[in-house]
Design a protein around this ligand. Structure first.
Ligand SMILES: NC(=O)c1ccc[n+]([C@@H]2O[C@H](COP(=O)([O-])OP(=O)(O)OC[C@H]3O[C@@H](n4cnc5c(N)ncnc54)[C@H](OP(=O)(O)O)[C@@H]3O)[C@@H](O)[C@H]2O)c1
Length: 323
């Protein structure tokens, strides 16, 4: 097994792999086909074989499909995996309907999750968003009760404001903040990141490739049927200008002998020992490439090039990440 880098989740939290495996895209979340299930399970198992133990799912990813998939993959090897679960989103037929974070709902969700995953305890349990109709203290207090009951080990949060993060942490220590962050989306640097650092909370970052923009594989214009075209970042002149920035990333990747996606993941990883790139991989073939990204180091000049080309706000247009 490769000696994979580790990260500590929160002041008193556990050590887990610094590269996280995002399982969301192994299920159909927004409608559309479900990827090959056998390949998805094999990917999770190969990740575990390589010491990537942080697995991320949500009870609403494919209406429980994703948790059942993860459950199958970890059967017989529970101790190899650290399971992170989000809850609270309500979907119907691939449509987001809203949130349900009432304590009574959370107490219902957890038991279904445990059954689908086939485990007794969820390692990291996190509301997927906060909901103005339920006080933060009630949401976090309910997870704290579940921790006392032994159904959950650690508290995480996701897509939250700084005030909510402080309040959550005052109710119960938050181990990890799951948040969208990449070269293309750096808005949290001014608000959430300093607070998370102050409170000793690990940063678990998703959308490291900015929905594929930073893979270097995107070409303008996108097909009208491509879901990216719902967001202004991927439309018309915005996309053309954004892809000009990506050319700089591609050149730097070529010069270093890596792929643009590897450089994008490595840039997040390089932000510090408290950053975990949480990367979607639905095929085993992705694993060697993304694991290798964790060993990439940058010179000061390379960092300067990346940080100035992708300065906060440099990428034009909106995505679902805008908050
Ligand atoms: N908290 C939240 O609100 C939230 C929101 C979104 C996602 N998440 C979590 O974060 C995880 C990651 O998020 P994400 O899927 O949005 O972003 P991502 O990790 O940037 O993945 C986007 C796409 O990049 C592809 N990819 C992975 N490695 C690649 C490589 N080396 N070269 C080219 N393409 C590559 C993946 O393809 P394949 O699938 O084909 O391998 C995936 O479809 C999810 O699985 C989920 O667990 C959380």
């Amino acid at each position: 097994m490769k000696n994979i880098q580790k990260i500590q989740l929160g002041h008193h939290g556990p050590q887990v792999s610094k590269l996280g495996l995002g399982c969301m895209r192994m299920s159909s979340v927004w409608g559309g086909p479900t990827p090959d299930q056998n390949e998805s399970i094999a990917t999770i198992q190969q990740a575990l074989d390589n010491g990537i133990n942080f697995l991320n799912t949500g009870d609403f990813y494919g209406a429980g499909h994703n948790e059942m998939l993860v459950g199958k993959a970890i059967k017989g090897r529970r101790d190899d995996a650290f399971i992170s679960v989000k809850f609270g989103a309500i979907f119907h037929n691939g449509q987001w309907l809203g949130l349900d974070l009432r304590p009574i709902a959370i107490k219902n969700f957890i038991n279904y999750s445990l059954t689908r995953l086939g485990i007794d305890t969820i390692d990291l349990y996190q509301p997927c968003r906060m909901d103005n109709s339920v006080p933060v203290a009630d949401i976090i207090g309910t997870v704290a009760e579940l921790i006392k009951e032994g159904k959950v080990r650690y508290l995480g949060v996701s897509e939250i404001t700084t005030d909510q993060l402080r309040e959550a942490n005052s109710v119960y220590p938050v181990s990890a903040l799951e948040i969208g962050y990449s070269l293309a989306d750096r808005q949290i640097e001014n608000d959430l990141l300093p607070v998370a650092k102050e409170l000793g909370i690990a940063i678990v970052t998703f959308a490291n490739t900015a929905e594929g923009l930073l893979t270097g594989e995107m070409k303008a214009p996108l097909a009208e049927t491509d879901y990216h075209t719902h967001f202004s970042r991927f439309q018309g002149d915005n996309l053309v200008r954004n892809l000009e920035k990506v050319e700089v990333l591609k050149q730097l990747a070529r010069d270093k002998g890596f792929t643009p996606a590897q450089i994008a993941i490595a840039w997040v990883n390089a932000q510090g020992p408290d950053f975990m790139p949480l990367v979607s991989m639905s095929k085993r073939s992705r694993l060697p490439e993304n694991m290798a990204a964790m060993d990439i180091a940058f010179t000061a000049d390379e960092m300067y090039t990346l940080n100035t080309t992708f300065a906060p706000g440099a990428i034009l247009g909106e995505t679902y990440l805008r908050r």
